[in-house]
Design a protein around this ligand. Structure first.
Ligand SMILES: [Cu+2]
Length: 125
């Protein structure tokens, strides 16, 4: 082994060691809290407990979603999620795919047409 190869091997070892120790730190609870974000999404067409349950169930399936609270009276969905695993846009997309307008995203029409009659827009009027 010549000198430069030895130096390279040493450098690689040092870099890998540094990487492992920094990712161990990132695994601590404090670091995980920093990755969490809580957002409130406006879902104006949510009307009843069935709508709330449908949205809560649907969002809890998303990897990285920690908690979901849908409120049909406030027309809001409060979601806490891991910013490394998912995003506001993905969460809104999931709500839209369940048949509800969410934030800037429009409801998926075929999903909306499959909602029970009372949960369709205007169903409680
Ligand atoms: Cu409903």
């Amino acid at each position: 082994m010549n000198k430069s190869v030895m130096l390279k091997a040493l450098l690689v070892t040092m870099l890998c060691g540094g990487f492992v120790s920094s990712s161990l730190v990132a695994g601590t609870e404090v670091a995980q809290k920093k990755r969490e974000r809580t957002i409130t999404i406006s879902v104006p067409e949510m009307q009843c407990g069935m709508c709330e349950a449908r949205i809560e169930k649907g969002l809890k399936k998303i990897d990285g979603v920690k908690s979901v609270k849908a409120d049909a009276e406030e027309n809001t969905v409060v979601v806490t999620y891991d910013t490394k695993k998912t995003s506001k846009s993905k969460i809104e997309e999931a709500i839209a795919n369940l048949g509800y307008d969410a934030g800037e995203k429009e409801a998926n029409e075929s999903a909306q047409s499959q909602l029970s009659p009372c949960c369709k827009p205007g169903g409680h009027e």
